[in-house]
Design a protein. Structure first.
Lengths: 186, 186
């Protein structure tokens, strides 16, 4: 347990907000913790009727590489996790889904960010028009779960949220983990 | 592809370093990318002779929770990935290992950090003394792979690197993915 003593904003960027907190450690000493403030995000494992999943290829500047990812995006202010998942899937891939299930949550970087990513599954997909944000460039494609699993093992997929989605997909398809499906609220 | 035009350091923290780059987008327009500079890290999936794995419980201030994690740590300047894995496993858990295998790499946060985490497996473990850094507080414990998998499905494990380690552990144990073991260099 670390008890906050004080907090200051040390970066107000265009995109990143960083805080530095002084905290009291279990031994009573003080230290500082610096971390990115993040609104939270969602990721969508979208299942086509033939069993394929919807993926994206996107250039990611911090790692200077094109990454294979499940669709994902940040929560808008006041937006529910499910509403965000429905919006991001449609904006980035064009697909709408008849049924949704929240699998769980992941924390990508527990040492220096408040970010969480809610993991959603979607099925009953209907294709439609994409509506990418200005300055957003990404390719949408599909793969079988077996193909994606192979890419995770071979190192072609290294994005942690997508690797976590693969863990869910593998154990959901084997029947080891179950999902509680709900109709889409539109 | 995004081509860098210029770069400036916008935060020099005690712990976090943040850059803001101006980049040229595929449509020729300019935008900015802000990201944390990280030296890279390692994670260790350490297998005991009875099949159990070595885990840690650690309070993580940015998410205000005690997290279940595989041992992990940052590369020191000039340190090799394997040397870092051997050092971190011993410092945090006391264990040394006779054999090591590099499984792959994960990128925890491709939208705003350069961080990568090399994934190492270790076996042939011998217990020893821990040497925690000042201000480092963590509990070491062991679990069977089946127990850990259950915690990943139930939401008790949400750390993305540990979930990725579980994906590797599950597919290594099933024989689907193989590892190239090497003797420890001491």
């Amino acid at each position: 347990m670390e008890v906050p003593v004080s907090s200051e904003k040390i970066l107000t960027g265009h995109f990143l907000q960083v805080c530095r907190d002084t905290v009291s450690l279990p031994d009573g000493k003080h230290t500082t913790r610096e971390y990115v403030i993040h609104p939270g995000a969602v990721m969508i494992v979208a299942l086509l009727d033939d069993g394929r999943v919807v993926l994206e290829r996107q250039y990611r500047y911090p790692v200077h590489a094109v990454m294979i990812e499940f669709p994902a995006g940040k929560l808008d202010a006041g937006e529910s996790s499910l509403a965000c998942a429905q919006r991001e899937l449609q904006e980035e891939t064009g697909y709408t889904a008849r049924e949704w299930a929240r699998a769980g949550v992941l924390h990508p970087v527990i040492s220096y960010s408040t970010e969480f990513i809610d993991i959603w599954f979607a099925r009953g997909l209907t294709p439609g028009e994409r509506r990418l944000d200005a300055g957003e460039f990404l390719d949408v494609f599909t793969a079988t779960p077996a193909e994606l699993l192979g890419w995770c093992g071979s190192g072609q997929v290294t994005d942690a949220k997508t690797l976590t989605g693969m863990l869910w997909l593998q154990n959901m398809l084997s029947g080891a983990w179950t999902l509680a499906w709900q109709p889409a609220r539109l």
